[in-house]
Ligand binder design. Sequence first.
Ligand SMILES: Cc1cc2nc3c(=O)[nH]c(=O)nc-3n(C[C@H](O)[C@H](O)[C@H](O)COP(=O)(O)OP(=O)(O)OC[C@H]3O[C@@H](n4cnc5c(N)ncnc54)[C@H](O)[C@@H]3O)c2cc1C
Length: 370
Amino acid sequence: MLEVGRHGVQATVTDVSAQHRNLAEFTTLRLGGPARNLTVCRTTEELIATVTGADRAGEPILLIGGGSNLVIGDDGFPGTAVLVATDGIEFGADETGPHVTAAAGVNWDRLVAETVENGFGGLECLSGIPGAAGTTPVQNVGAYGVEVAQALRGVQLLDRRTGEIAWHAPEDLGLAYRTSRLKGRDDEVVLAVSFRLGDGGRSAPIRYRELAAALGVAEGESADAALVRAQVLKLRRGKGMVLDDADHDTWSAGSFFTNPIVAAGELPQILDRIRARLGDEVRIPQFPADGGTKLSAGWLIERAGFVKGFPGPQAPARLSTKHTLALTNRGAARTADLIELAARVRDGVRAEFGVSLHPEPVFVGCALPA
Ligand SMILES: Cc1cc2nc3c(=O)[nH]c(=O)nc-3n(C[C@H](O)[C@H](O)[C@H](O)COP(=O)(O)OP(=O)(O)OC[C@H]3O[C@@H](n4cnc5c(N)ncnc54)[C@H](O)[C@@H]3O)c2cc1C
């Protein structure tokens, strides 16, 4: 029996026959129609052979790690879904210090846990993020003031255009806020990832106010990495951001919209409009960011009238009851329901405050209407 239970979906695949081609089994939203074929790659060699073989045959492929950042259409995928289930974690050290290297399919949170258990710091703030280690550079995952870009040492890629396999430095990957040159494209396959670590069991500096307060440290100080991991998991659970089969608030793709970055020229007008709607006294969360000022998508959604649980208990797709930024499947939703809800929220925020929200997940065989 072959178990592919890394996704939170806990699908158990005994074979890859027709009944397992339903991609809803492999996404954390539990949404998505069938693939024409489905194949599971457990070794890097299998992954390379599967991808190059499909390319030679002209067969479209869809790479799936943990399926936690994928919105797949109800009609599914007209090609082969490739489940990346490769395994292997290796610790090492060089003149710059300790590091860890993992096969692309290693569960991300297992990798974080192993680094902490082995007395290394650096990744603990990223505890509890679902999905595979190899997918973390794709959208430069981040949480609690840390992004993988800060610890990334290199990414091993298979270039489907040339067949070349090579390690790439982080600065060559176009890593930025929730994106990289790998996002939304499929011409390069991540085979392995490597991260720099700190030793002595200390965390990276804590840069997130809520986390620093919970740990009782000043912002910028480090703490015991195991304590930080435990605290991050606790905070994330309270927001429905740790996968839990029994909790529909976690049947999501995490944050559905990125925090909007507003250019300096547009900011005064947008802030005036928010104040005109909500009153001059309102405290508008805003943070300096590359290219402008980052506003909080969750705050804007809530202030535009989309409260937790919107549109109500009968709807098959709803905002999480714990976090307005997560769109969730309550069990019977179709992708079309989720997209309708996403468009309603996006359009409502635009109409209310003049701010455009952009989705964070990758869409396959479906799209938000313009
Ligand atoms: C409850 C919840 C909480 C979340 N919290 C966070 C958070 O705090 N911060 C954050 O940044 N994200 C968060 N996410 C989003 C998601 O977990 C991350 O983006 C994660 O890195 C996606 O990994 P995955 O393996 O599940 O990717 P998948 O959804 O399987 O794939 C995402 C994209 O990468 C492609 N891909 C998959 N494998 C490969 C590969 N080997 N090579 C190249 N491309 C590949 C896919 O084709 C797809 O385009 C959350 C999601 C959920 C459900």
